[in-house]
Design a protein around this ligand. Structure first.
Ligand SMILES: [Zn+2]
Length: 783
């Protein structure tokens, strides 16, 4: 059998992928330096090699073997999906001459991710419900697939030269096509998966090249084969792709890894192919409960890689249980290997990097490095029996026991409060009644102008925050710097003539950190960075206990801002789904329960804002649409909507509640957004134009206010007055002037004043022109 012999046994323990940022975020620094022209591509690659080499050494220290293919070659300069697209030559035509498909692969990946002068970059999308965002390849009927194996061969060879036999990790053909979108030239209804037969031979060539360069095993990641919505067509595609790749000449051993859910029918689809190993997620998923006899017989011939250590969360977990789950796989095959449930890119590098973390909480955690050790322990237990790892299992269960009983994990007062919530607690007075009171008390003009919250974060503001958090400045000094910033921001808005003002969020480096710092139940890390895409990263909070407010969070800043203006000020809160999606959530209770606790905190905050005289609050839920749309099992359900409603339903009728959902396609999730019961809904109008408004109308929200963003804050470009007028005119085709708000599509924190002030000036001017035209028309009809 070609390449199919068992001469190279599969490693007993391994991880599906390892963090790529570097322990000190070297990748972020290097990519920034390269983007600013301070680093050449060659120098950037040298930095990348340093990260890769440190990772290899660390993995060996942690218990993996240097030469048995257990070390994943999973680094990527920008993104693993882009790398696969470049490897098969899927370069959109708009990049024209700029990208030579056979040229330097790193340069090509960087260009696709960043765009060029004339070609916008590829879009991004959430990677299987996680915080990681992959780039979306564009493929059409005429995409010419051709191999560019450079990057994969280079990395493998570089490791070989250093004395390692690593395991190349590549996004598999089915997942690559499933994550791609139809390119600009494709006919309506074109499905990239229809190009499978053309792309598979290129993969076969790539595999042969890797084998030739010394790879014994190659891992093909196929998470798209998993989950509830997986179609027959996708499963059939997987079977045909791996039948072909299994039969390809000169290939290495193949390990097809699934993740992010139960393998389900994909196991039966892969069983008849010649792939030697199949990875299954046994943390968020399980093995199929029944298999037909033929499948059973075929699976018995393969290695099953049991993903029993959670790759997607930071808890230390129950090792004895993990060992049991792995051992149970033996009923399917004698050859069982131990692994993480997914790549470790979703967790930070090392708990040891967190000397300031509460020591008790730290004991409950396992970041990437700890998870590698856990894999090694379970693999040893599987090989030698649990007695061989008894002390490790005991230590893990002691930590787990401590976590269960530690004060704060269950807070009686919080639980009682949640238990008192009734249907009434979740209901505001009917919208039409609220609307009438709000109209009278707010007295806004038609097409009111506003912003989404954040104003530019100037160097001065950043410096003031840094001086305070590092202890250089006193609290008084910090407060006065922030008050100055607020006063400046109010003055700018007054000057521009905006109708509803904001305080500008100067005190928030990022909204989630700001809120969670003020909440019981969360811990923040110092170095716990997790990659979102390329060099971008976030530091999720760790939510370990019941949530309550340590103190009012936004009230002082907001009250101060309102005291400076007679115009209505909009208070700014971050919603439950967004706070949770940027946190590592507890695994000891349903997400829905945690979300309710957060909702009650926000509810109290709204009540305090009302007492401080606020008439408008906005709850930001940028994560909501993404999560709903991605349909990941725990996040796609309706807890997010329920939590939003619980947070806002206590608001008085005269308080106008805005929901900012920050997606360009609310149409896709309009039904859920409609259930938020917000008085005003803001979203990105983006390319979707008026689709969002129509979507909300279709969802039964025809009578409510909308705020479709009139320009894109992600671009430094200053929109012309006429351009904004056109947007408003288009919106007015589908919504009455008494329901339309005028605002940018998101906050301005990433913009400079040189960009933001003229843009907002044009926005106000456009609104005024449209109002004047409407007034003329009204006069003309009454005459
Ligand atoms: Zn936004």
């Amino acid at each position: 059998m070609q390449g199919g012999s068992r001469s190279h046994a599969f490693p007993a323990g391994m991880v599906l992928g390892y963090p790529r940022l570097g322990r000190r975020r070297e990748l972020t620094a290097a990519l920034t330096a390269h983007a600013q022209g301070r680093l050449s591509v060659a120098e950037l690659r040298a930095e990348a090699d340093a990260i890769r080499s440190a990772a290899r050494e660390r993995l060996v220290q942690l218990g993996l073997q240097p030469a048995d293919s257990s070390i994943p070659e999973s680094f990527s300069l920008v993104d693993h999906v882009v790398d696969a697209a470049v490897a098969v030559g899927a370069i959109p035509r708009r990049f024209g001459e700029a990208i030579d498909p056979g040229g330097d692969a790193s340069t090509a990946s960087l260009m696709l991710a960043r765009g060029t002068e004339n070609a916008p970059p590829l879009n991004t999308a959430a990677w299987f419900g996680s915080l990681y965002r992959h780039f979306v390849p564009e493929i059409g009927p005429t995409t010419r697939f051709m191999l560019n194996a450079q990057q994969f061969v280079r990395d493998l060879s570089e490791s070989r030269a250093a004395g390692y036999t690593t395991r190349p990790v590549i996004v598999g053909p089915v997942t690559l096509l499933r994550l791609s979108t139809a390119d600009a030239g494709a006919p309506v209804g074109f499905n990239p998966l229809s190009r499978l037969a053309d792309v598979v031979p290129v993969y076969a060539e790539l595999l042969a090249k890797l084998r030739h360069a010394g790879a014994e095993w190659v891992q093909l990641d196929e998470p798209a084969l998993v989950g509830e919505g997986v179609s027959e067509r996708t499963l059939a595609a997987a079977q045909s792709a791996y039948t072909a790749l299994g039969a390809a000449a000169g290939r290495p051993h193949l390990f097809v890894a699934t993740a992010y859910g139960s393998i389900g029918d994909a196991l039966a689809a892969l069983a008849p192919t010649r792939v030697e190993a199949i990875g299954v997620d046994l943390v968020s998923g399980e093995l199929p409960s029944r298999l037909d006899n033929l499948t059973r017989a075929r699976v018995a011939e393969k290695t099953i890689v049991a993903g029993v250590i959670d790759g997607g969360n930071v808890w230390r977990g129950d090792l004895a249980r993990a060992l049991e789950v792995a051992a149970d796989v033996r009923r399917l095959t004698r050859s069982v290997a131990v692994s993480t449930s997914s790549s470790l890119i979703h967790v930070p590098h090392d708990v040891a990097n967190e000397p300031e973390l509460d020591a008790r909480v730290a004991r409950w955690l396992a970041f990437a490095d700890q998870k590698v050790e856990q894999v090694a322990v379970v693999a040893r237990g599987l090989a030698l029996g649990s007695a061989a790892v008894a002390s490790e299992l005991r230590a893990a269960s002691a930590a787990l026991g401590d976590r269960t009983s530690a004060p704060g994990v269950r807070d009686a007062a919080v639980r009682e409060r949640v238990a008192t919530v009734t249907a009434e607690t979740r209901t505001r007075v009917p919208y039409t009644e609220r609307r009438d009171v709000q109209r009278t008390t707010l007295g806004l003009p038609p097409l009111p102008t506003s912003t989404i919250g954040a104003f530019p974060q100037t160097d001065e503001i950043r410096a003031a925050r840094a001086r305070y958090s590092s202890g250089i400045d006193s609290a008084e000094k910090y407060v006065s710097a922030m008050k100055q910033a607020i006063a400046d921001i109010i003055a700018v808005q007054e000057h521009l003539g905006l109708d509803v003002l904001v305080h500008g969020e100067a005190e928030r480096a990022d909204m989630v950190t700001f809120f969670t710092e003020n909440l019981e139940g969360f811990e923040l890390t110092r170095n716990g960075w997790v990659q979102t895409t390329a060099g971008d990263c976030v530091r999720p909070a760790i939510l370990w206990g019941d949530v309550s407010r340590l103190r009012p969070i936004t009230v002082a800043w907001t009250r101060y801002a309102q005291s400076l203006t007679r115009k209505p000020l909009k208070g700014m809160l971050t919603g439950p789904a967004t706070l949770l999606s940027l946190s590592f959530v507890r695994d000891d209770q349903p997400l829905a329960d945690t979300a309710e606790q957060i909702a009650l905190v926000l509810r109290d905050e709204i009540a305090d804002l009302e007492r401080a005289g606020l008439q408008i609050v906005q709850v930001d839920e940028p994560a909501l649409a993404e999560r709903l749309a991605s349909g990941s099992s725990d996040l796609g359900s309706d807890w997010a909507v329920r939590a939003f409603v619980l947070a806002t339903a206590g608001a008085r009728p005269q308080t106008q509640v805005h929901a900012h959902v920050c997606t360009s396609d609310p149409g896709a999730v309009a039904a859920a957004i409609a259930r938020l019961d917000a008085d005003v809904t803001g979203f990105e109008a983006g390319r979707a134009g008026t689709q969002g408004i129509e979507g909300l109308r279709a969802a039964g929200r025809a009578e409510r206010d909308v705020s479709p963003g009139v320009y894109d804050v992600r671009s430094p470009r200053i929109p012309a007055v006429t351009e904004i007028e056109e947007r408003l005119a288009a919106a007015l085709e589908v919504v009455g002037a008494d329901r339309l708000w005028v605002s940018p599509d998101c906050g301005l924190s990433a913009r400079t004043y040189a960009e933001a002030t003229p843009a907002l000036g044009n926005l106000v001017e456009a609104a005024q022109r449209v109002r004047a035209r409407l007034a003329d028309r009204a006069e003309a009809t009454t005459r």
